[in-house]
Design a protein around this ligand. Structure first.
Ligand SMILES: Nc1ncnc2c1ncn2[C@@H]1O[C@H](COP(=O)(O)OP(=O)(O)OP(=O)(O)O)[C@@H](O)[C@H]1O
Length: 244
């Protein structure tokens, strides 16, 4: 079980409480959609859960391990198990999809490895296996700058998995994608949860959260106002997070 206890995040030089005492529990294997109006705190919540942002206060526990106690950012040991997927994944455009998967995300890989591209042969096999699973084998040697938005997003997911992520926070991962590519990315994320027991928390438009997620969280002004199983939300539920 993953437990979030009174997560608080202050911004603007500690003047504004952007996340206000969020407490919630979830299990590996869940795919959680986060909905809420612009500015409600979705990105900050995802970044805090993926240990990319310092918590101002709160406790974070994975199974019985205390990851954050009384605020902070958590250690690198835990951070490396979390991936944060952005709207536009930051891939190296001049390197191939395979190289991007292998060398990892900027800030998570050593400079030597990034510059030299040095990899072990078992890393290579692992990366090719992941690319194949996500229908990207024929793109392995194509430069990332030449891939479509959906392909880039799936390369970023492969990269996260190859580097050991069990928890994936995805910030509007299908924005700007055509419906077919969006469906492919969301099905990929869903199968990671259902088949491999990974945990995904994704900021999504309400109709996609209803369709793909096993659970939906609704945020309003930094508070968790809604926590229901994945299904069509009622008008009252949508109103509770200011989405009608
Ligand atoms: N680094 C920061 N400095 C100051 N204020 C911030 C910072 N990051 C976020 N905020 C504020 O915190 C609130 C929540 O921001 P956040 O980006 O999490 O919202 P969001 O729900 O993801 O919005 P959107 O749907 O528009 O992306 C907003 O009022 C935002 O202005």
């Amino acid at each position: 079980m993953i437990k979030v206890d009174h997560l608080t995040k202050m911004v603007d030089g500690n003047k504004k409480e952007a996340l206000r005492g969020i407490s919630v529990q979830f299990e590996p294997g869940e795919m959680i959609g986060v909905v809420g109006p612009s500015g409600s705190g979705k990105s900050l919540l995802l970044r805090c859960l993926a240990l990319r942002e310092k918590w101002s206060a709160g406790e974070y526990t994975w199974e019985d391990k205390m990851v954050i106690r009384g605020g902070g950012k958590g250690s690198q040991k835990y951070r490396s198990q979390c991936a944060y997927l952005e709207q536009n994944p930051s891939l190296y455009p001049d390197k191939t999809a395979l190289k991007n998967v292998l060398i990892g995300q900027a800030g998570q890989t050593s400079a030597l490895r990034r510059v030299t591209g040095m990899v072990r042969s078992d890393d290579y096999m692992g990366a090719m296996d992941e690319l194949e699973k996500f229908g990207l084998l024929d793109k392995a040697h194509v430069k990332a700058g030449k891939l479509s938005g959906g392909e880039r997003q799936r390369v970023a997911i492969c990269r996260a998995l190859v580097h050991g992520a069990n928890f994936i926070a995805a910030d509007e991962p299908v924005v700007g994608l055509d419906p077919h590519s969006a469906e492919r990315v969301l099905n990929t994320l869903r199968s990671l949860c259902a088949e491999q027991g990974k945990t995904v928390v994704a900021a999504l438009p309400i109709e996609l959260a209803e369709r793909y997620c096993t659970r939906i969280w609704g945020l309003e002004e930094g508070k968790l106002k809604l926590d229901v199983t994945g299904r069509r939300l009622t008008a009252a539920e949508k109103r509770s997070v200011d989405l009608v």
